[in-house]
Design a protein around this ligand. Structure first.
Ligand code: SAM
Length: 257
C-alpha cells in the first residue's frame, strides 16, 4: 500500500512525470518514520486535496526524492457535513489534542477564539510560529486518518470578531454553543433535540474555555443565532467537550457511525 506524505503545495507543482526532492522534515519522515526504501510507492499530498502518485527514486542520508508519474484529487474521505469548530484557546496540550481529534473527526475549519475568561493570549509576534505548528498537527492528523484535506486553521481572534466574520458567511445552517452555567448546570436544550429535526449541511460549533463562558457571551452568541446546548450532566474538560460535540454532530448529520 502506498504511504502518504504531506508536502508543501509548491512541491506538487512539478511537470508530470517529474522528480521532486523532499524537504528535510519530509525526508526524515520517509526515511526514519515510514522506513521506506527506493522503489516503494508513495503518495504526496498537499493537505488541500491535491495528490501526486509515484515511487521513491532516491533515498540516502542527504536527500529523499520521489518520481511522480500521476496527479489527482480525492475527497473520498470528506464528510458531507461542513463543520467549523470554534474553541476558546485552552492552555498547553489541550488545544493540540482538540485540534488533532477534530481533524480525525472530519472538521473543515478550526478557529481558536479569545473569550473573556480565556487565560492564554498568544503575543502577536508568536502567532505565526504557533500557527505553523498547528498546521503541522492538523496535516499529520489528516494524513493518519486517511483524509486528503487538512482543515483550515485560523489565527486566534476575539469572540466578537469571529461572530462578525461568520455572520457574513450566509450559508451556515446551524450554530451551537456548548454551555454550562456557573452552578455547573448544562444548558437545558440537549443536542439531540436540535439535531433530530435538522437537515443542516454547514454547522458552527462553539466550546468555551476552562473557566466557562460569561452569561453575557451566551447572550451575544444568541444574538448571532447560536443555540445554547448541553452535553450531558457531567462537566467535561474543554477538549473533551469539543471532541464529543463534533462526534455527536457528525453522527447525526455527517458520516460517523
Ligand atoms: N467551570 C466551567 C464553567 O462553569 O463553565 C466549566 C467549563 S468546561 C471545563 C469548558 C467548556 O466545555 C464549557 O465552557 C462548555 O463550552 C463545554 N462543556 C463542558 N461540559 C459541558 C456540558 N456538560 N454541557 C455543555 N457544555 C459543556
Amino acid at each position: 500500500m502506498a504511504r502518504r506524505v504531506v508536502v508543501p503545495a509548491e512541491l506538487l507543482a512539478v511537470m508530470c512525470p517529474g522528480e521532486v526532492a523532499l524537504g528535510r522534515r519530509e525526508s526524515h519522515y520517509v526515511r526514519n518514520v515510514l522506513r521506506l526504501r527506493r522503489g516503494d510507492a508513495v503518495i504526496l499530498m498537499d493537505g488541500q486535496g491535491a495528490e501526486g502518485y509515484g515511487v521513491v527514486s532516491r533515498l540516502d542520508d542527504e536527500a529523499v526524492s520521489v518520481d511522480l508519474t500521476e496527479f489527482g484529487r480525492s475527497a473520498a474521505h470528506e464528510s458531507p457535513l461542513h463543520v467549523t469548530l470554534l474553541l476558546a484557546l485552552p492552555r498547553g496540550q489541550r488545544w493540540d489534542v482538540a485540534l488533532q481529534k477534530a481533524t480525525e473527526l472530519g472538521v473543515d475549519r478550526v478557529w481558536p477564539v479569545y473569550t473573556r475568561r480565556t487565560q492564554l493570549r498568544i503575543p502577536p509576534d508568536k502567532v505565526g510560529e504557533r500557527h505553523e505548528r498547528w498546521l503541522r498537527i492538523a496535516q499529520e492528523a489528516a494524513r493518519q486518518s486517511g483524509r486528503e484535506v487538512a482543515p483550515d486553521i485560523c489565527v486566534p481572534e476575539p469572540l466578537g470578531t469571529v461572530l462578525d466574520t461568520l455572520e457574513n458567511e450566509r450559508d451556515v445552517d446551524l450554530q451551537l454553543v456548548a454551555y454550562v452555567d456557573a452552578a455547573g448546570h448544562a444548558a437545558e436544550a440537549g443536542l439531540e433535540d436540535l439535531l433530530s429535526s435538522s437537515r443542516a449541511r454547514k454547522v458552527v460549533l462553539l466550546v468555551g474555555p476552562e473557566g466557562g463562558f460569561e452569561p453575557a457571551e451566551i447572550d451575544l452568541c444568541a444574538r448571532y443565532g447560536f443555540h445554547a446546548v448541553g452535553l450531558g450532566p457531567r462537566t467535561l474538560r474543554c477538549e473533551t467537550a469539543a471532541i464529543v460535540m463534533v462526534a455527536l454532530v457528525q453522527y447525526r448529520l455527517g458520516d460517523l457511525g
